[in-house]
Design a protein. Structure first.
Length: 359
């Protein structure tokens, strides 16, 4: 079977798709696996061994290195694929697959695209696996990891392993060691990575003053804190580190280049990662780090993970989870009322447990 998998659009979702990708790669009749995705998710999975072909895609791209919709359909047709599995729920991804002439097209029956699919999986379904405990399952409300594994089942995959995984290369690690040396951090001291970013919604951010006070307190306790930064967060991360002005608090933004490989390397070396609900959180979980996750407008049940248990910090408010990009009530309490003390307690507890296990 010559199979193509259309990856999710977001980095966090790509992490949650790795259990399904691992199961798919073990199919006995798999001749070749092609991954299609946006540059971010493809870069995230660049060290994975299960894909023979990777095709970068951006809907409106005009370049030859990153294909647009029309160019992608032409390339997929040229590759004479047998089957395509669509992880995104978009109408456009199904249309590309149909125009490419791929005989078997698998995806969930969403966004009015069922007529473009040969295997349109209903959102509400029953199965022998769920028959006793849960006769009817709503896949729309399932954790994303299980959602993607359901797609893999349509290919005949049977997997009970729901753990995410990412590979860290020697180059990733060397790059992160260069950063730690540049900011003056010691490998013999505890490292906490603080991530207060969200590519998709400002409503998921923790108040900046909470970040500053948490980092400052940890720094005074002798703990090294590295503020995570991507290309779009560089200025903000550098400003936070500068405002704290302590040698134990530094910003990733000091590096000239901020590729995903640097994030993978840095997060793999962290003793604790404190993160909002974002791609960084999922990368850290997939690397089996101790993660303290801050939840506000999003629903933690939809992104349940099965690696090392996360420490979830969230409040019970009648308005959450609203899943909105901005707070419609204008108070942002779901994030602002996540106290500094709760986060500090979580970090200290995780570090103390690590010391006890090492003793």
């Amino acid at each position: 079977m010559r199979l193509c998998v259309f990856l999710p659009n977001w980095i966090g979702d790509a992490c949650m798709a790795t259990p399904a990708l691992r199961a798919i790669s073990s199919l006995p009749n798999l001749e070749e696996l092609t991954l299609v995705g946006r540059p971010g998710p493809l870069s995230l999975l660049e060290n994975a061994s299960f894909a023979q072909v990777r095709i970068p895609f951006r809907p409106r791209s005009k370049s030859k290195s990153v294909l647009g919709r029309r160019a992608l359909a032409i390339e997929l047709r040229r590759r004479r694929l047998d089957t395509i599995l669509l992880m995104p729920n978009s109408l456009s991804s199904a249309l590309i697959a149909r125009v490419a002439g791929i005989p078997r097209r698998i995806g969930f029956a969403r966004d009015g695209r069922s007529w473009l699919l040969t295997d349109a999986i209903p959102l509400h379904s029953s199965s022998s696996r769920d028959a006793i405990k849960n006769p009817i399952r709503n896949w729309r409300e399932s954790a994303a990891i299980d959602y993607y594994l359901r797609l893999a089942e349509e290919l005949g995959c049977q997997s009970s392993d729901r753990t995410m995984e990412l590979d860290v290369s020697r180059e990733d690690r060397d790059l992160s060691l260069r950063l730690l040396g540049q900011v003056g951090f010691s490998q013999q001291k505890n490292l906490v990575v603080m991530n207060n970013s969200s590519a998709s919604a400002s409503s998921r951010l923790w108040p900046v003053e909470h970040v500053i006070n948490t980092c400052r307190t940890l720094a005074r306790e002798g703990i090294q804190v590295l503020i995570h930064a991507g290309p779009n967060d560089r200025i903000k991360a550098n400003q936070i580190a500068a405002s704290i002005s302590h040698p134990n608090v530094q910003s990733m933004g000091q590096m000239d280049d901020l590729p995903l490989s640097l994030s993978r390397g840095v997060l793999s070396m962290a003793d604790v990662v404190v993160s909002t609900d974002s791609g960084v959180r999922h990368i850290a979980v997939a690397l089996n780090r101790s993660v303290i996750s801050l939840f506000g407008p999003t629903d933690s049940k939809l992104t349940t993970t099965y690696n090392r248990p996360e420490w979830l910090i969230e409040n019970s408010l009648s308005c959450r989870p609203c899943l909105k990009d901005t707070c419609l009530l204008k108070h942002h309490r779901c994030m602002s009322e996540l106290s500094i003390d709760r986060v500090l307690h979580a970090v200290r507890t995780v570090l103390d447990r690590s010391k006890e296990q090492a003793a």
